[in-house]
Design a protein around this ligand. Structure first.
Ligand SMILES: Cc1ncc(COP(=O)(O)O)c(C=O)c1O
Length: 398
């Protein structure tokens, strides 16, 4: 086992040599799902139903809670070797070498830093529309052109259109299941993108929600040494959004470019041991996947019975059609203490709903019925705006 005086990795040593990238890193504000979900809201009232930010109401599993609690007393030390242990666990599970893995406090940081490393005014950022916005904010912050390509009719990434739209691409962002639609882009489409992309560009596959669905991971492309960056987070199925842990997987030379913008900072050790314990819990993923699928299909059955349209999702969230501009419905739901997600400009009548617990989804259904029947409106006034979380000063991608 290593200890904190034995910091031998070349990457860790090289963090001392600041590069030109440092100024970009300092300028780059990390945009996360809660910032996007809660830009307009709020200190939640007591007992609020929070199904707006794709969080996991189950929280960390029992062994993760125990591991984190037991670690608190040692919080006075950096204990880098705990991160090495976590990397080793991930490496064994995924059939990778530890040099192909970096751990961060969430996957938002490597996402932003990869955009900074591989895009520029000359090399565009190519993403799906609607898609997860964080990389677009990073692109705008550093002056990269954002190329948004509509999803296909089945809500997959249109990889051929993405290739055609950006011969100068620096990074293709593929989120599967896609946030916000919860839909899958097939492995063969991702492979096609990797095979046909411009030289020196990379494909970033964001698998934040992969454990909720049956689709195969793109990890085999990392194992094969392709120009692929794969992101995973412990914020979703593992229920650790507030503890903060994520990982990026890629070839060592690709990871080094990402690290120029930040990385190898000490991890919160409570999060690291909780993540390691979660990985070792063989029941966690199948059990939570089953729970989520069961509640989601109950909600879909209810929506079907009541004639509401939605996009069938394979994740822990889905897009629901209000059949009118969605903002008043979101505000009317908040008036009933049910906080649902935001709107994407490409789908202005839809709003994103996170799958919560069964009782939470029952409250959602009752409130939704009232809002859609016009029994409740938002006329009492909009929810208060949080000063801390608003996105003023950040350029929202057009
Ligand atoms: C698609 C996607 N990628 C990445 C993240 C990053 O999450 P975190 O920084 O909590 O790991 C999120 C969070 O919601 C997400 O939805």
């Amino acid at each position: 086992m290593a200890n904190d005086l034995n910091v031998s990795s070349a990457s860790r040593r090289s963090f001392l040599s600041l590069s030109a990238a440092a100024s970009v890193a300092l300028a780059l504000r990390i945009v996360t799902e809660p910032m996007l979900a809660r830009a307009r809201v709020h200190n939640f009232p007591k007992d609020a139903i929070r199904i707006d930010a794709n969080e996991n109401p189950l929280g960390p599993c029992a062994s993760a809670r125990e591991a984190a609690a037991a670690m608190v007393a040692q919080g006075g030390r950096y204990s880098f070797w705990l991160t090495d242990d976590m990397v080793q666990t991930l490496a064994e599970m995924e059939g990778l070498k530890p040099e192909q893995i970096r751990v961060y406090p969430g996957s938002s940081e490597p996402l932003h830093h990869a955009v900074a490393a591989f895009t520029s005014a000359q090399r565009s950022y190519v993403t799906a529309d609607p898609g997860y916005e964080a990389g677009m904010f990073a692109s705008n912050a550093i002056g990269t052109t954002v190329v948004k390509v509509p999803l296909t009719k089945s809500y997959a990434h249109d990889v051929k259109a993405m290739l055609a739209a950006a011969p100068n691409a620096g990074l293709f962002y593929v989120c599967t299941p896609n946030n916000p639609t919860g839909t899958i882009t097939s492995h063969s489409d991702i492979e096609y993108l990797v095979q046909n992309k411009p030289k020196d560009s990379v494909v970033m596959v964001d698998e934040a929600y992969i454990h909720f669905c049956d689709a195969p991971s793109a990890m085999d492309l990392v194992r094969a040494g392709k120009d692929v960056i794969l992101l995973r987070t412990f914020s979703k199925i593992y229920g650790m959004a507030g503890l903060r842990c994520g990982a990026v997987f890629a070839r060592p030379d690709v990871l080094e470019k990402i690290e120029n913008y930040g990385g190898w900072n000490a991890m919160p050790i409570t999060a690291v041991v909780a993540a390691t314990a979660s990985l070792k819990d063989q029941q966690l993923v199948p059990e939570r996947k089953r729970i989520n699928a069961r509640i989601r299909s109950q909600v879909f059955a209810w929506l079907d019975r009541n004639g509401y349209s939605y996009i069938p999702s394979e994740s822990n969230f889905f897009m629901l059609d209000t059949k009118r501009p969605a903002k008043p419905a979101i505000e009317a739901m908040a008036k009933q203490n049910v906080y649902i997600g935001r709107i994407w400009p490409a789908m202005p009548t839809y709003t994103r709903i996170t799958v919560g617990t069964a009782p939470e989804m029952e409250q959602f259904q009752t409130a939704w019925q009232k809002v859609m029947s016009g029994a409740v409106t938002a006329s009492v006034g909009a929810p208060p705006i949080s000063r801390r979380r608003n996105l003023d000063g950040l350029v929202i991608p057009a």
